[in-house]
Design a protein around this ligand. Structure first.
Ligand SMILES: O=C(O)C(=O)C[C@H](O)C(=O)CO
Ligand SMILES: [Zn+2]
Length: 276
């Protein structure tokens, strides 16, 4: 499992394109019939993709965790961004259509992923954070979770935010997770932008067409930089960084956090006119 260390905001000011990509971009996550994870030192968040096509894929165990099994001291949130798929957790089977979510708590030993149809395979995006106690396994379909419509077409940021794992939703130790879909003609996410010193965040962009890109903005609000993102790529956001993006067309993304609290609304927002 690849490992990424944390970056200080003062150092970040001197980073060029290559260094920003090396330290924050999680690309090449997608590997046929494999689970592929990256371990970050931001709240020890593990981010990955599990892409079963022709065979069943095991969650696996990794030396970096020094655990008897992956979820011995961790929890896992999974959202399917591909075709229909199945997750079997300690013998219980869960079917996940596109944008459905499954939470697995500390102590779940055996986790297997498969696709229903190899010609339209499931793509399971997964986040895992350290967990101090065990919360029950919970499934949430996209249609059933709390969602909020934000923004407007006039400002090209009309979008729907769906929350799955959070203080008033699926219960967890640290994980907060959901997804945002931009309306046709809208391109801006998370405007006005914010930081939350209490939680790190990871954005995973999906439904980005092959010839389109999302320009993701990061850095302190008065020291912004950008990173160009393609489909199925994720980007780490340290606590000091804004995380906002503009696509060359509409798209969706999964946001996920870990840290001090589970309160989605705990954020410090910056007016657009103050950004630099
Ligand atoms: O479009 C948005 O606004 C978002 O999706 C914001 C994220 O949910 C987020 O950054 C939560 O901290
Ligand atoms: Zn945020």
């Amino acid at each position: 499992m690849k490992q990424i260390q944390a970056v200080h905001s003062e150092d970040f000011k001197s980073y060029d394109t290559e260094k920003i990509r090396e330290r924050f971009l999680l690309d090449d996550l997608k590997a046929t019939d494999k689970a592929n994870f990256v371990y970050s030192h931001y709240d020890r968040m593990v981010t990955g993709l599990i892409t079963p096509v022709n065979s069943v894929v095991d969650l696996g165990n990794y030396d970096i965790l020094r655990a008897d099994y992956f979820l011995e001291r961790r929890e896992l949130g999974v959202i399917n961004v591909g075709g229909a798929g199945t997750i079997v957790a300690d013998g219980t089977s869960y079917d996940l259509n596109k944008k459905d979510c499954l939470y697995l708590g500390k102590g779940v030993k055996d986790v297997k992923f498969s696709s229903k149809d190899a010609s339209n395979p499931a793509v399971f995006y997964a986040l895992s954070a350290p967990a101090h106690t065990s919360h029950p396994t919970a499934f949430a379909s996209h249609a059933d979770v709390f969602s909020a419509d934000l923004g407007a077409l006039e400002t090209a940021n009309q979008r729907t935010i769906s929350r799955y794992i959070h203080k008033d939703g699926i219960q967890s130790c640290q994980l907060v997770m959901g997804l945002t879909s931009l309306a046709n003609g809208s391109i801006w996410n998370t405007i006005p932008p914010h930081t939350h010193d209490r939680r790190m965040e990871v954005y995973f962009y999906f439904d980005v067409e092959a010839d389109q890109r999302v320009i993701h903005f990061m850095g302190e609000p008065q020291q912004t930089r950008h990173i160009v993102m393609a489909n199925h790529e994720a980007v780490l956001s340290p606590t000091w960084s804004i995380h906002s993006g503009a696509g060359t067309k509409n798209y969706s993304f999964i946001w996920g956090m870990a840290g001090e609290n589970l309160d989605y609304a705990d954020m410090d927002t910056f007016p657009v006119a103050e950004l630099r």
